[in-house]
Design a protein around this ligand. Structure first.
Ligand code: ZN
Ligand code: ZN
Length: 382
């Protein structure tokens, strides 16, 4: 018998939701995770991944065997919550708008359920990872020696997915999430009176040309069967009607899957700016950061996950043909080092989108997520 109930899961989830913490500052969250694991006598190491990561483990009662890892992200976002329910964020400007409160709860539930009933062989590691959003806590854990310190033969991840009903899942055989790069470009010219632009060097005109030129890298140079997105998301210049500004700053993001295409886009991006700066007589500085690689499942592991889901009574449909998302995921760093798979579980057809201020993780999904984790463990380590 498991001591875990939907009510307990709901309480845990609501508590995490009330107290969102962002990248590498998940002190309270991390302490609560350790407290919940400790209450069930589960062994763990804390202080990982820059300080707030936790790795716990449960050994099966059927003897030794291989080890697998299950991972949850624990961080929140810099979003002001628009929900008014009792478990809404109590920290102004921060919110669990991506459902990592739910992921954390599902993994804690699985740890308890497997500790209650460890009818498998080998070991399960429960990886609670900080800073999934933007800051790459997954990379930090890998660089810190996650797989050397806790050797495992495969690692698995889950993300809730708005738009899919609870009871639906999606499994991708290879690419699931895109690579994620960000850029800041600063063009410096020569400011002057707006009535006499010939006396200056116009950074606004140059920046406008740059925005359209950059779109050509995706629309004209990327093969039509490949996928890439380049979005300029910030454009800052000037503060008067009659002054040509001296500088302009553009920021944005690039997403794609193919590593060669990723390098090509960056190279062409740099060329476009260099030649534009020469033509207009401007100084250009480029800060181009490769943040996350694309997330690729290992086909064999993805197929096992799909089989497990298809055999679960509460899973009505497993989508095998959904296109990958152009959003990104730092679980990619773990999958670069260790085979495994990252799947989506439906958060409800009417769920607000991820990162939306009205979003909330669906409590109906939590027991299903626990069941997925425990079924996966019992199947793989049976
Ligand atoms: Zn997110
Ligand atoms: Zn997320």
């Amino acid at each position: 018998m498991s001591t875990i109930t939907p009510d307990i899961l709901r309480q845990w989830r609501h508590e995490f939701h009330r107290h969102p913490e962002t990248a590498f500052e998940e002190q309270r969250t991390s302490a609560r995770i350790a407290e919940i694991l400790d209450a069930r006598g589960i062994e763990m190491v804390t202080g990982l991944g820059g300080g707030t990561g936790v790795v716990a483990w449960v050994d099966g009662c059927r003897g030794s065997g291989s080890a697998i890892g299950l991972r949850a992200d624990i961080d929140a976002l810099d979003v002001t919550e628009a929900n008014a329910f009792a478990h809404a964020s109590r920290t102004p400007g921060k919110m669990h708008a991506c459902g990592h409160d739910g992921h954390t709860t599902m993994l804690l539930g699985a740890a308890w359920a497997l500790a209650d009933n460890p009818d498998f062989a080998g070991r399960v590691y429960f990886i609670f990872q900080p800073a999934e959003e933007n800051e790459g806590g997954g990379r930090v854990m890998v660089e810190e020696g996650l797989f050397e310190r806790f050797p495992m033969e495969a690692v698995y991840g889950v993300h809730n997915w708005p738009g899919l009903a609870v009871g639906e899942a999606a499994v991708h055989e290879t690419a699931v999430m895109a690579a994620f790069d960000v850029f800041t470009v600063k063009l410096s010219g020569y400011g002057c009176h707006a009535a006499m632009p010939h006396l200056g060097k116009d950074v606004v005109l140059a920046a406008c040309q740059l925005v359209s030129q950059l779109q050509g890298i995706v629309s004209r140079e990327t093969p039509a069967h490949q996928t890439a997105v380049l979005s300029v998301t910030q454009f800052h210049a000037g503060d008067a009607y009659n002054v040509m500004p001296e500088t302009v700053e553009l920021c944005g993001t690039v997403r794609c899957f193919d590593p060669e295409l990723r390098h090509y886009i960056e190279a062409r991006f740099r060329q476009a700016i260099a030649s534009l700066a020469t033509f207009h007589g401007l100084e250009a500085s480029i800060d181009y950061q490769s943040r996350y690689p694309a997330t690729f499942n290992t086909p064999a592991h993805a197929n096992r996950c799909a089989e497990v889901l298809e055999a679960m009574p509460d899973i009505r449909q497993v989508h095998r043909d959904m296109p990958p998302s152009m959003a990104s995921e730092d679980f990619a760093f773990m999958l670069q080092q260790c085979p495994g798979a990252y799947i989506w579980l439906g958060n409800g057809k009417d769920s607000a989108a991820l990162h939306n201020p009205h979003y909330d993780f669906n409590d109906e999904l939590t027991p299903l997520g626990v069941a997925y984790w425990t079924t996966l463990v019992r199947t793989l380590l049976g």
